[in-house]
Design a binder for this molecule. Structure first.
Ligand code: KG4
Ligand code: ZN
Length: 346
């Protein structure tokens, strides 16, 4: 089955074509236009500006994946796909509407089924996109950690489509903490990748920031206390924010966030005795975090298999949306699909 995926929940306009093959998915084409440069200048996303950019890019990205897959980008070539997958939430309403209405129009004109997908579910399903069939695949029961700019969610899945939320964030998400702390020390949005780079040059002993909820008997997360602790330190240092100090703050921030994510997640891995652990979302692109997960899994003698998508499939993309639709193929009548900015796991 060949699926065209469309994703426009935030500042990325993305399209992809995947082919589902029983228990895994192969990527045929994946493309993305981003208005990140605009948002880097303003230090964050301005929703109306993001939506206007979505309108500009939506048709070019769809044409691009058709060209890459079929060598032609005409409307009639779209007939070769079997279904359309679309992100319907959560996200920015203006951005979501561009993708949802485009997808509905195409589905109507082509008379193809359309599958609405929760963006967070999409992140998890990036783990089922493989290069070839010889690669190991996730097995159930599994635990999925979604760490993005808007969410930090830990889910138990016993089968496809079955999402049992063990815990989410009470306030800031992990990616949000990276971005807000980055802003305090003068880094451009989104700050996660730059914090990862600078942390490598930082002294791990100079600062120690709090690990919120680490030892509490809950799988919920909270990162706003960490953010406040960093702000206190930055205010104290005032104009003494040298590049070494910035690197030391990056190191201590990344250490604090990683330790909370790894230790709490592995506690859940043991409690639920899962076969696989799936990392996903933009923060899962952090190599130090990935390494720290594999190191702790080995140190604790766990047999759980660790999975993390290719780095370009951790951050927002449409391939993950098409993959989620393949494994959860529930087409919906056009009129029943509406964008839902507050969508969560239910
Ligand atoms: O999943 P994503 O692309 O968008 C949302 O659904 O939110 O995640 C974006 C988040 C941003 O907060 C960004 O700073 C963070 O992922 N991020 C990283 C890294 N790459 C992206 N955080 C830490 N280390 C990275 N290498
Ligand atoms: Zn995302």
């Amino acid at each position: 089955m060949t699926i065209l995926g469309i994703e426009t929940s935030c500042d990325e306009t993305a399209a992809a074509i995947i082919e589902g093959k029983d228990s895994y998915v192969i990527l045929k084409a994946n493309t993305l236009a981003t208005s990140l440069d605009l948002h880097a200048k303003t230090g964050g996303i301005i929703p109306e500006q993001a939506a206007r950019e979505q309108v500009k890019y939506i048709l070019p990205v769809i044409k691009d994946v058709l060209q890459k897959t079929y060598g032609a980008d005409s409307f009639t070539i779209l007939n070769k796909i079997d279904a359309i997958a679309i992100t319907y939430g959560p996200g920015l309403i203006g951005s979501l509407l561009v993708g949802v209405e485009t997808a509905k129009t195409l589905a109507f004109a082509l008379n193809k089924p359309i599958v609405p997908i929760n963006h967070m579910v999409g992140h998890i399903y990036a783990n089922f996109i493989v290069e070839n069939e010889k690669i190991n695949l996730p097995e159930f029961p599994l635990l999925a950690l979604v760490v993005s700019g808007g969410h930090t969610d830990l889910l138990l899945m016993k089968r496809h489509g079955d999402f049992h939320l063990l815990g989410g964030t009470r306030d800031d998400a992990a990616g949000e903490a990276f971005d807000k702390i980055g802003r305090m020390i003068g880094l451009a949005y989104p700050a996660g990748p730059e914090i990862e780079r600078l942390a490598k040059l930082g002294n791990p002993k100079r600062f120690h920031f709090p690990r919120p909820l680490l030892y509490e008997n809950t799988y919920e997360f909270s990162f706003s206390g960490l953010k406040t602790a960093v702000l206190r330190e930055v205010t104290k240092l005032a104009d003494k924010l040298t590049s070494q100090t910035i690197q030391d703050i990056c190191r201590a921030t990344q250490d604090a966030i990683s330790e909370v994510l790894v230790k709490k997640t592995l506690r859940a891995v043991k409690e639920h005795n899962v076969k696989s652990l799936l990392l996903s979302g933009g923060v899962a692109a952090n190599q130090t975090l990935r390494d720290s997960f594999s190191q702790m899994i080995t140190e604790q003698g766990l047999t759980t298999n660790l999975f993390a998508p290719a780095k370009n499939l951790c951050t927002d993309n449409a391939a993950m949306i098409a993959s989620a639709a393949y494994f959860n193929f529930h087409p919906i009548p056009l009129n029943d699909i509406t964008a839902d900015p507050e969508l969560y796991f239910n």
